[in-house]
Design a protein around this ligand. Sequence first.
Ligand code: GLN
Length: 447
Amino acid sequence: KESSAEEVTSRYLEVIEKSKINGYLTISDKAFEQAKKIDKEGHEGPLAGVPIAIKDNISVVGLPNSCGSKILEGYVPPFNAHVIEKLLSAGAVILGKTNMDEFAMGSSTETSHFGPTANPWDLERVPGGSSGGSAAVVAAGEAPFALGSDTGGSVRCPASFCGVVGLKPTYGAVSRYGVVAYANSLEQVGPLANNVEDIAVLMDVIAGYDRRDSTSIDSKTEYLKALVDDVKGLKIGVPKEFFGEGIHPDVEKAVWDAIHKCESLEATWEEVSMPHIKYALASYYIIAMSEASSNLARFDGTRYGFRAGGENWHAMVSKTRAEGFGTEVKRRILLGTYALSAGYHDKYYLKALKVRTLVKQDFDKALSKVDLLMAPTMPNPAFKIGEKIEDPLTLYLSDINTCPINLAGVPSISVPCGFTDGLPIGLQIMGKPFDEETVLRAAYTFE
Ligand code: GLN
């Protein structure tokens, strides 16, 4: 029997009410209204009546957009992000906004001003980050779909830790209009779902040209059509640099099992070398922090959200930022400002950009010989809440396999490929720019 949009929405809201994971920051008070309207008027869209959860850095009219920060307290966007316009016209029902690391800075959702989200597989563990709320609510059955954003792994990391599928599209495939910027040159909005088919359906809705994002491109990719159940003849590259020191043996084994599964289906694989990958993490963090230090200058207490008192404008701005930003955000503003400052710009920022080019060339070279690259998404399964948060460098290190992809701008998906001690493991499949079709086709093998 077909369910009405209202029935579906109310079932999800019932599950959310009993939630133990702190995945949502806001539940939309318009979800019912939206669902009822779809039932009453009918809707031809591909997502008619389907509920979706949205990361709290993507603007939705009438819902707070905190970015996991105190500094945006009370700010409610008066406009929809491009991806939200697309979802609404496809008939989706917005369930609410999900928890995230403050301004998407983190890999565990522990830097959120609103407390961490728990991993549904083990409530003492992190869901990954920064789109931890989005991945966790999908894994916990609190939403069938979610949107996240991926600047240096923030869709793929939580997808891997929560055992769901998450895609970082090619840079430019999805408009960033209405998404609060952390590091513009690196980030993309990406879908999270329980299976590859749902990811493809969402991409068909949210991707495409938008004149309000000067980096957006219409690639004419047909995502759902790409899902043919066949990897025969595909050439897979295995970059050995992604299997370096510190990879959990069970993660390594699960990823190799996945590669061998493709081989048994008549794909071939070969080892490829990407010599500059070892510098990617350092380059990523310098570029991300530099861009962040500039982007976050707009939060000055004058324009948005929280404002602390002060006897004059300077005191007000200084107090607002001191009280409004958390520790990790402040650390990054300071380091980013340092890397951009006169005298250090060439030594750090410019050098990081040069390394970025070398990393991109490694991808170009490897992907000229093979169709895809396969590697672990994360070196380890989800860690305990509190285990790494006091040690930022260790936390940054967990992004070793995800952030090179953002430097290169290529598409990459994380799909579940096994378990260790009851915790999910993610396989990362990377492809050529705007060749999501091959990436999704390969990912579909693991359904
Ligand atoms: N963990 C990375 C960072 O903190 C990735 C964040 C992201 O993709 N938004 O920068």
